[in-house]
Design a binder for this molecule. Structure first.
Ligand code: GDP
Ligand code: MG
Length: 256
């Protein structure tokens, strides 16, 4: 007998990894969206309010840089050292409650590194509101390949207004002593390739996992509100390194 899906009554701070069948394949209103209820399953529909904002975020980068670990850590707060390689694409959903009771939902697409630059990525990228490109600071090739990932994304998806999808650059595994890509190199690269911001991190040690996501959500919300505030400068040093504005440091971390 098929069991009905049961969701918790108290939906505050719910984060869910939904099975593929629960995730709307593509959101009706592309990029920065109000939720298109017509395309959602009833179970999902019932937990999404009309005022919610829903963003599709794609995470790309070479295999083994830590994409799945990052998403799992961000959504579940845990590190899982034994991930099976992602096949094709996985989805996770993160619900964020902002200060004024505004709900932001992130639909995070974990795109397998093996898919790189292939024809399938065009389908996966469709309607993305933002992109995260991840590399491993101890594996030089994964950093050199970031340029190809960026090119691939820029070539295959644009925002509704015709602008490139905002991309954030994350250098993972700074806990390793074999680090070979330094901040200076990342800073120059990030600027040359028009990333909206960059940071280094350790998913394993939980360093800088929430910070870039707070930055990204603020950036997306500022964009849809047509905010004239000097964003992302508020959230980055002059070299593009992501940080929180001073007054927000204590109040915002950890995220949700
Ligand atoms: N040392 C270290 N290992 C990590 C970190 N993040 C992920 N890993 C490991 O890197 C490997 C690949 O991670 P995974 O998330 O599957 O990478 P993906 O192929 O990019 O999705 C796994 O063995 C993870 O445990 C990190 O911050 N530090
Ligand atoms: Mg993976």
């Amino acid at each position: 007998m098929i069991q009905p899906r049961i969701y918790p009554r108290n939906l505050k701070n719910v984060t869910q990894v939904l099975p593929v069948s629960c995730v709307p394949p593509v959101m009706g209103d592309a990029n920065s969206n109000d939720v298109d209820h017509s395309s959602l399953e009833p179970t999902f529909q019932s937990i999404v309010s009309r005022k919610d904002k829903l963003f599709k975020i794609i995470v790309v980068g070479n295999p083994m840089v830590g994409k799945s670990s990052f998403i799992f850590r961000y959504v579940h707060g845990r590190f899982n050292a034994r991930f099976k390689p992602t096949i094709g694409v996985d989805f996770a959903l993160k619900k964020i409650e902002r200060e004024n009771n505004e709900i932001v939902r992130l639909q995070i697409w974990d795109i397998a590194g093996q898919e790189r630059f292939g024809s399938l990525t065009r389908v996966y990228y469709r309607d993305a509101a933002a992109c995260i490109i991840m590399f491993d600071v101890s594996e030089a090739q994964s950093f050199y390949d970031v340029a190809k990932w960026k090119q691939d994304v820029d070539k295959k998806v644009l925002l509704k207004d015709g602008n490139p999808v905002p991309c954030m650059l994350l250098g993972n595994k700074i806990d390793l002593s074999t680090r070979c890509i330094q901040d200076e190199e990342i800073k120059i690269f990030s600027k040359e390739h028009s990333f909206i911001g960059w940071t280094t991190m350790s998913v394993k040690e939980n360093v800088n996992v929430d910070l870039p996501m707070i930055f990204l959500v603020e950036k997306l919300m500022a964009d849809i509100n047509n905010s004239r505030s000097p964003f992302p400068e508020d959230f980055t040093d002059s070299d593009g390194n992501i940080r929180l504005p001073e007054e927000d440091r204590t109040s915002r971390l950890p995220c949700c």
